[in-house]
Design a protein around this ligand. Structure first.
Ligand SMILES: [Zn+2]
Length: 291
């Protein structure tokens, strides 16, 4: 593993799989690079052309084959604003593509962003991060994907196959994951996270539980989540999935009739005072209860 002076580090996690560390200061997510004998496939294009250039630079420094394909995990700005830096065939779910075409037609000036936040069409948090990450957006080009799919697609990189699969979930209904079977690595994008565009951060058992099942069906040793600073092991994901299921079921059982019973019930399962994560999960499942 080679350290660089950039604010990011490209880590090799398996023979063909690399990930660029995220940076919370402007909400830059994890980016991925999967290197076959002939070609490299990139996972997500980053929060800006600068972020994308960093990834391109890192793949060159590490002597990976030139990036030949790009796969996008979902439509959120921080994963797609760098697309124009990579004029290469780009894969995304049909919904990701539709959202990006809409985005490419929007006015991204400060005034327009402020208006969209005031109208409830954009989150203040995203607006602030966009302004910080990319202060001058006059040259911003959002290049829509070339190849869209509804269920999934496989890409051959030369002695190495990559599977891109739509999984959905609460965070973004178009969420897709990128699997490297030979490396047992799964890039999760933001699929595991809450729905942040809902009035309150929200998890629904109807969307999250099938997603957890689907993610655990991939035979992976490590999972890379979009804004996690460290890879997640299989054991950690299994434990997290069990916790989310338990909390989701408890909230569903007591949420309407006896919300005061939720905290003691969760505490019985965890065997410890509730952490901030537990509280957040409870609040998210409460917000996601069917109306
Ligand atoms: Zn996202």
């Amino acid at each position: 593993m080679k350290e660089t002076k950039s604010r990011h580090t490209l880590h090799q996690i398996a023979p063909h799989s690399y990930w660029l560390s995220p940076d919370g200061t402007t909400d830059r997510p994890v980016l991925g690079a999967i290197a076959g004998q002939q070609a490299t496939l990139l996972v997500d294009a980053g929060a800006s052309p600068n972020h994308a250039q960093t990834m391109r630079h890192e793949t060159a420094v590490h002597h990976l084959p030139a990036p030949a394909y790009l796969a996008l995990t979902h439509w959120h700005w921080d994963h797609i604003f760098g697309t124009a830096v990579f004029p290469i065939p780009t894969f995304a779910h049909t919904e990701t593509r539709r959202r990006m075409v809409d985005y490419s037609r929007l006015d991204w000036s400060d005034d327009a962003l402020d208006r969209r936040v005031a109208a409830g069409e954009e989150l203040a948090f995203c607006r602030d991060m966009i302004k910080l990450e990319l202060p001058d957006r006059r040259q911003l080009v959002i290049r829509a994907p070339d190849i869209s799919f509804t269920h999934g697609v496989e890409v051959d990189l030369g002695g190495l196959t990559v599977q891109i699969t739509h999984v959905g979930g609460d965070h973004a209904h178009d969420s897709s994951v990128i699997y490297v079977p030979e490396d047992k690595i799964l890039f999760l994008g933001d699929s595991l996270y809450f729905d942040i565009y809902a009035p309150e951060a929200r998890y629904t058992t109807a969307r999250l539980f099938p997603l957890l099942d689907q993610l655990l069906q991939f035979d992976a040793d490590y999972y890379l989540a979009g804004h996690h600073t460290e890879p997640i092991t299989r054991a950690e994901l299994e434990a997290e999935a069990a916790l989310l299921r338990n909390i989701g079921e408890i909230v569903e059982q007591h949420g309407r009739s006896s919300p005061q019973a939720i905290h003691p019930a969760v505490q019985t399962i965890t065997g410890q005072p509730l952490t901030e994560d537990h509280q957040e999960y409870i609040a998210a499942f409460l917000a996601g209860l069917p109306a």
